[in-house]
Ligand binder design. Structure first.
Ligand code: FES
Length: 107
């Protein structure tokens, strides 16, 4: 595979119930990851973009967390309904989705 234009990482970390850090999985990250996967397949994006499920990215309390490189933009509280905006605006048009970015104090 040639080097991707962007790499999108979706946290799918789980933790035991009651863990003080919580987890993205208890906030619905698996649905978010599956929505990205479905859109990547529908739009045939795998040639140019890399999609990876990953462990904890850091800002657990703001999950589901999604990180996009090479810009190193961290999105928090991502919902299935946000997937199209991240793809349309950030991946395809190089315009990060400002309303979903976590605060600079956290990332
Ligand atoms: S559990 Fe997802 S960012 Fe920590």
């Amino acid at each position: 595979m040639p080097r991707p234009k962007k790499h999108l990482l979706v946290c799918t970390q789980a933790r035991p119930a009651g863990h003080p850090r919580g987890s993205c999985q208890e906030k619905g990250c698996v649905d978010v990851f599956n929505a990205f996967m479905a859109e990547f397949q529908k739009r045939n994006l795998f040639q140019d973009y890399l999609l990876t499920s990953t462990g904890c990215l850091g800002p657990c309390s703001l999950g589901p967390s999604v990180l996009v490189y090479p810009e190193s933009v961290m999105y928090g509280g991502v919902k299935v309904e946000d997937v199209a905006a991240i793809i349309d605006q950030h991946l395809l048009a190089d315009q990060p989705v400002e309303r979903l970015k976590v605060s600079p104090q956290l990332w």
